[in-house]
Design a protein around this ligand. Structure first.
Ligand code: ZN
Length: 78
């Protein structure tokens, strides 16, 4: 594992990343992210939250489709 950030010479950085991070000390490894960042507000738009939203929509579609197939619900009009 290396940092891999593009350096001023154009070559990828070969330093190892900081523990638990993907970048070395010089290339953003010290930056805070997620809830540790000073600009963090509510987390409504974090990657984790968006993934959950997508899963939730898939669930809704599944139950709607099932209801239509069981005749409990009319299919959407086009
Ligand atoms: Zn680096």
């Amino acid at each position: 594992m290396t940092c891999g950030a593009k350096t001023r010479s154009g070559a990828p950085c070969k330093k190892p990343p900081l523990t638990g991070k993907t970048r070395c000390r010089l290339h953003g490894g010290m930056s805070l992210s997620g809830k540790d960042h000073p600009n963090f507000k509510h987390g409504h738009f974090t990657k984790e939250n968006r993934r959950r939203t997508v899963e939730g929509n898939a669930q809704v579609r599944y139950w709607e489709d099932l209801a239509i197939r069981l005749g409990l619900r009319a299919p959407k009009q086009k």
